[in-house]
Design a binder for this molecule. Structure first.
Ligand code: NAP
Length: 375
């Protein structure tokens, strides 16, 4: 095993939109494990837009990253040494392993064991894992779309947005996506079966509103909001009576140093006159129901009724580039960084069990419903 860990350190808070000088790659020695700890070799890192919010010095739903700390990131890792009797060497785990090649943990719950018989490691970070589950709960619990309704999704090409749209489509809805460029509109129609898509880049709020109206002639019944900001302001005048809005992300205000700087039209008149129901969702609140959504998503992915796409870069040195590539919207699918292979021969988790849970003979839907609480 290497004695050294290459890490991406967060060195200063951005003034506005994060720039590459917020990171520095450093090499440090891996320390000896203490009793109860385990060491993991990190295999994949997920470049999540939500990490921008953690760079800010303001209230968020999770702890912020402070200058001098290793930059936060979620990913998949394999245990290579363990002083914790509950953590087996070889087990593959998902958690906040941060932007580094190796991670040390003590709490086995902080980095949860996963079963690669259910889905691939990449899928756990894309369509099937936390992102897919965010889409699942926000859509099913907050948006509650009905067949025939129009579901509009901002960041339509994102892992969360694309899964939300595919579930809605499978429920009989018309799906419309908002993405940055005309090229991406074609991509998401081809890859995720959107009925229509509009681009936002270079358009005024009013122009975007008009473009949404053209592709949603019956109005918008459900708005799955991954962006907030100007894009969501453009959606306001397209909402139907009794529309549901799930507020899931803030990509469109990621250029602000503080979210209090977000200025725009207030939505109260539309909310009141159109009787709109608007609710935020934080997936951390669904911890105990997550497994049910993941099992259902894994089944759909296996059947092909939900598709995911990943865009993989390689090596810890490429991690900052991968992160900024994602923020610029240049990624084609969920942006991941591969750091190491996973050694299947030492994984003690019964992968056959994962495969069984999503096989056509197993009552997967019943099990998923039981765990998710009926949705
Ligand atoms: N609430 C929760 O618990 C929770 C959990 C997970 C994720 N989320 C949120 O869900 C959203 C999607 O996350 P993800 O991980 O699925 O994303 P992702 O797959 O990494 O998608 C990234 C895409 O976002 C778009 N984007 C980047 N910067 C943007 C900007 N300034 N304005 C508008 N779009 C921008 C880009 O597409 P374009 O080129 O089309 O702009 C980019 O390709 C994020 O807002 C994230 O924070 C929320």
């Amino acid at each position: 095993m290497s004695q050294f860990n290459n890490v991406v350190r967060f060195i200063k808070r951005p003034d506005g939109k994060p720039t590459p000088d917020v990171f520095r790659i450093e090499k440090e020695r891996i320390r000896q494990l203490k009793p109860g700890e385990y060491l993991m070799r990190n295999a994949y890192l997920s470049m999540d837009p939500a990490l921008v919010g953690r760079m800010r010095d303001e209230d968020n739903y999770v702890e912020k990253v402070n200058p001098g700390e290793v930059m936060q990131a979620y990913g998949i890792a394999q245990v290579i040494e363990s002083n914790n009797p509950n953590v087996k060497v070889g087990s593959v785990r998902l958690g906040r392993i941060d932007m580094q090649q190796y991670s040390i943990f003590s709490d086995e719950e902080a980095c949860k064991e996963i079963n690669l018989g259910l889905a691939s490691a990449c899928s756990y970070l894309g369509a099937m894992g936390v992102n897919g589950s965010t889409a699942y709960f926000a859509l099913k619990e907050i948006c509650q779309p009905k067949a025939g309704e129009t579901v509009l999704v901002s960041a339509g090409g994102s892992a969360v947005g694309s899964v939300a749209a595919q579930i809605a489509k499978n429920m009989g809805c018309k799906t419309v996506g908002i993405v940055s460029t005309e090229e991406k509109t074609k991509d998401i129609i081809r890859d995720y079966g959107f009925d229509a898509a509009v681009s936002y880049r270079g358009k005024s709020i009013e122009e975007l509103t008009q473009d949404i109206k053209k592709v949603c002639p019956q109005g918008v019944d459900v708005y799955f909001d991954n962006t907030s900001g100007d894009i969501s302001e453009a959606v306001l005048d397209t909402l139907n009576e009794n529309a549901r809005v799930a507020v899931v992300g803030r990509l469109g205000i990621s250029h602000l140093a503080d979210t209090k700087q977000d200025k725009g039209r207030r939505d109260h008149n539309i909310m009141l006159t159109k009787r709109v129901k608007k609710q935020g969702l934080v997936i951390l609140d669904y911890q105990d129901r997550l497994r049910g959504a993941m099992i259902m998503l894994a089944r759909w992915i296996k059947e092909g009724s939900v598709k995911g796409k990943e865009d993989i870069m390689h090596g810890i040195e490429q991690t900052p580039d991968a992160f900024f590539r994602m923020l610029a919207g240049q990624n084609q699918g969920k942006q991941l960084v591969k750091l190491a292979d996973i050694d299947a021969s030492v994984d003690p988790t019964p992968r056959w069990l994962g495969r069984l849970l999503i096989s056509k003979w197993f009552p997967t839907e019943k099990l998923a419903k039981k765990i998710t609480g009926g949705i």
